[in-house]
Design a protein around this ligand. Sequence first.
Ligand code: NAD
Length: 362
Amino acid sequence: MSQFMVAVLGGDGIGPEVTAEAARVLETALRSAGHRIALTEALVGQAAIAAEGAAISDATMKLCQRSDAILFGAVGGAGVGNPNAKAQPEHALFRLRKELALFANLRPVRALPALLGASTLKREVVRGVDLLVVRELTGGLYFGKPSEIRETAHGMEAVDTMTYTEAEIERIVRYAFELARGRRKNVTSVDKANVLSCSRLWRRVTDRVAEEYSDVALRHLLVDSCAMALIRSPREFDVIVTENMFGDILTDEASMLAGSMGMLPSASLGTQRTQHGQRGLYEPIHGTAPDITGQSKANPLAAILSAALLARYSLGLPAVADAIERAVLEVVSAGYRTLDIATAKGRVVSTREMGEQVLGRL
Ligand code: NAD
């Protein structure tokens, strides 16, 4: 029997709280399906800067490179921290993404029937929403150089650089088309081609890739128009593919279709394969939520659903993934709620109790 290896990096704020529940659920789901798993915890983010001098140490990077997958919480503190400090918590994520070549970030958004009332949008707008955002993760504005604040003869100025190569665009767009084939065969490519050169190249490459997928429908949408359509008629979307920053922003918006950021998992995948599947990093889309840290109010379901994605993509265990997702659905349908998704009839529980409820159904 093979043994699966998973690195558990809880990070900062509510990260460790929600990741602990996800790790327990993953371990139990695997064991009850007869598999062996070794979970190894390590520090990341502010906690790692304080204890080890870097947002992620070389030893932790090695652990991640040896593991089948990484279960990640969130990093960062209240506010944007000290922008002048050399070590920034976010560097941990950037290093992991770069060194593990995690170029594709998958963010599924589903409106669960039991949670329709938790969304700020009308029930009839969110009912039946089932979309997947495929966000490019290692290029664009977040990685382009130069990126700095500098002094000039006329005062300070700042520069950020957005670059995309044809190859970077092609691999993420192809990934989206492949995923669309297993869904409703509908791709929306989101850009800002009326203004940005990167977007014009993006559109050209996407059209070329689309020729190989005549069974999949493609449309292009400007990012501003997409932001509007996501809340006007979200059911029209199946797979959305977009560059790094647009995907970052649109998925926070899309999280409200599911009721809360606390419900949205993500998978970051790339080119590295392990014995069992693709090496990947799995994390809720939310951050460290300093406003509720340490109060046992955080919703662990996004982290738990991320563990389900981990079982599906990195461990090659779709039945285990289905079992975790089913358990989450049952718990929510039974009326258990953390505060962020509380509805009039629901029973409000703590982070730990929510984890217990999911465990009890595995
Ligand atoms: P956030 O996602 O941490 O919080 C936004 C709001 O959503 C807050 O009101 C918070 O209480 C609520 N929320 C988030 N997750 C929740 C959950 N699981 N259950 C219940 N409520 C939840 O975003 P922010 O406040 O803008 O950022 C805080 C810190 O997190 C910053 O330092 C930011 O850089 C960092 N961050 C990290 C990541 C990451 O590690 N991947 C992602 C986003 C933000």
